[in-house]
Ligand binder design. Sequence first.
Ligand code: PYL
Length: 275
Amino acid sequence: MTRLKTEDISHIKASLDKYNRDLIVKTGATLGQIAAYAAETGEEKVCRNFKVAVIPFTCGRGIIEGFTQAVASITGFLGFNSFVTENTDAGGVAEAVEKGAEILMMADDDKFVAINRVTARVSDNGEATGRGYAAALDLMAGGLRNRNVLILGAGPVGKGAALALAKLGAKISIFDIKPRCSNRLAEEVHEKTGITVRTEGNLDRALLVNKIIYDATPAPSFIHKRHITPDTFIAAPGIPLGVDSEALPEVADRLLHDPLEIGVATMIYDVCKQA
Ligand code: PYL
């Protein structure tokens, strides 16, 4: 998971309304409806009485200016009473509990989690992002059952995507720059779902053959104009964007891409949905 920069997220709060309208045009669903679909619940079954605290963590490479504020703006946009704690780290956790927050959200360099203190539900950003984008791609492409989907990247997001896409009935192939990682993910998907997943060895060929592409890699600008056709759909969670600047105009209206929104929305619905 590439570490976000302030400039990747500083626009989020001001652009959530436009981002949501863009999602409706592309998928027919709002950010909340996509999160509900990914969390396998209904918007009406998500408890918005829970208070959300987002806690800055200074460990490792430290605070990303604007990160906790961006997260709180997304959960606030979805109707949750949300705040960023004044204190960081352990002090921030204590402050969150003292201020009556049931939902705690925090990120160090390796993990970004949402925790429901009341129900003990936990959601991890990597897996939730993978599942949230799979749900959005299913809606944007008009259903993925029995359709070929190429997953690029066998990390936490790619794994979340593969398991979610298998559940949606897609015919999955996986490419990772390390073939052993592709093979390991294919084995894990088969063990957990019984579905056989193909592995791809040649990236360029895979991009030319597949029309539905899920870019779960941290690589920039490797999807080129020659890979794009009018039937191409791309899900591209996170930063940087794998689609290069020449290809972007060719697929912009069939591309899902954001630094945080769908992942955070899926996380908060995961931990606030009624049993
Ligand atoms: C969770 C994001 C999604 C993509 N990359 C992940 C990332 O940037 N992780 C690091 C987050 C650090 C946050 C910092 C703070 O401001 O609290 N500890």
